[in-house]
Ligand binder design. Structure first.
Ligand SMILES: NC(=O)c1ccc[n+]([C@@H]2O[C@H](COP(=O)([O-])OP(=O)(O)OC[C@H]3O[C@@H](n4cnc5c(N)ncnc54)[C@H](OP(=O)(O)O)[C@@H]3O)[C@@H](O)[C@H]2O)c1
Length: 326
């Protein structure tokens, strides 16, 4: 495993990080333990979760949110200090009007609840899950800064931010001498490339860590789905993941899979290996958060993770996919 510096923080994070959205949502604690053990064995030191991850994301039951954090808390124990633990807040955690968002009121409660579930007294990277148009950024950034001062969080980051939102937040942090967002967590894969124009150049210019999620297109880029075919019974599509369904329907996802299939074959790599290596070969990426529902998926996906596609190969992929992406 190789490690890269996260923005200007000085901490080193593995180029591939582990996403735990599947923990408790699609796989139980025992299966999650296998995935986590495998990740740590492979040298992964950045583990990402969110307060909201759990079965409640699919069935709307607030009591079934937080399961990913709870499972991680049970599994990490004495290994807690070996990893960079990242979690998020923002999404509704209960039915109340203030059970969500980025007010100081909710941030404090969300963090206390995450710490309890994770069985830890600090979070290394605390990320706002998305932009909150209803709360002034000053409110959010002051609250996060206070939590850093209290030692409950080490760094703050954001997720699903546009470049202008991050620039605005940085401006406010600079004006008031508050901790700024040191990382951003956007979606990025061969089929979701929206961040290349604005967010990546901004992050590079401001030395912000870029931790991208869903590098395998939520499983689409593994080639396991085909138009009109029944999805594998153990897949997330079969389990009903809505955002995966939309990605499969709304984008030219399967056409991209067809383009990369022969290129992966030429390299002697599987599709997930190719998809991950493409992300890691692109400029400005600090770490790619992969997901897995089985340890052997992780082992396979990361097998060639140290290798890089050449600039010529990257240009060829751009050329071959340009018409599909237009
Ligand atoms: N900030 C946000 O808004 C946000 C949103 C989404 C995700 N995330 C983070 O990013 C993490 C990763 O997201 P993701 O799970 O969508 O990422 P992903 O790596 O694009 O997709 C992972 C899925 O691909 C399939 N897969 C992985 N390796 C495979 C292999 N070798 N062969 C065949 N299939 C394979 C598995 O699907 P099956 O389980 O169906 O087999 C696995 O669950 C999440 O856990 C979360 O931490 C953040």
């Amino acid at each position: 495993m190789k490690y890269r510096t996260l923005g200007r923080t000085g901490i080193k994070v593995s180029e591939v990080s582990l996403g735990t959205m599947s923990f408790g949502r699609w796989i139980d604690e025992q299966a999650s333990a296998g995935v986590l053990d495998q990740a740590l064995e492979l040298g992964i030191n950045l583990v990402d979760t969110a307060d909201v991850y759990g079965r409640g994301m699919d069935n709307g039951d607030h009591a079934q949110l937080g399961e990913s954090e709870a499972i991680l808390g049970n599994l990490l124990r004495e290994r807690r200090h070996q990893i960079i633990l990242a979690t998020k807040l923002h999404n509704p955690m209960g039915p109340g009007v203030n059970d969500q968002g980025q007010s100081r009121y909710h941030i404090y409660r969300a963090l206390e609840n995450s710490l309890k579930r994770l069985k830890t007294d600090y979070i290394d990277l605390y990320q706002v899950h998305r932009f909150d148009p209803h709360t002034p950024l000053e409110e959010t950034l002051y609250a996060l800064d206070d939590l850093v001062k209290q030692g409950k969080i080490r760094y703050v980051g954001c997720s699903n931010y546009a470049a202008w939102q991050l620039a605005k937040a940085h401006g406010i942090s600079a004006l008031h001498h508050l901790r700024r967002f040191e990382s951003v967590q956007p979606e990025y894969s061969l089929i979701t490339r929206g961040i290349e124009e604005e967010l990546i150049p901004f992050a590079q210019s401001e030395q912000v860590g870029v931790i991208v999620y869903s590098p395998l297109g939520r499983g689409i880029l593994s080639g396991k789905y085909a138009a009109g075919a029944t999805p594998p019974s153990d897949s997330r599509l079969a389990a009903g993941e809505q955002r995966l369904k939309l990605l499969l329907e709304q984008r030219q996802s399967l056409a991209i899979v067809d383009v990369i299939r022969p290129l992966a074959l030429e390299r002697g790599w599987s599709l997930p290996q190719f998809a991950l290596n493409w992300v890691l070969s692109r400029p400005g990426i600090t770490s790619a958060i992969v997901g897995a529902s089985k340890p052997e998926q992780l082992r396979e996906t990361l097998q060639y993770a140290q290798e890089r596609l050449s600039n010529e190969e990257l240009a060829e992929i751009d050329r071959l996919t340009a018409a599909i992406r237009a």
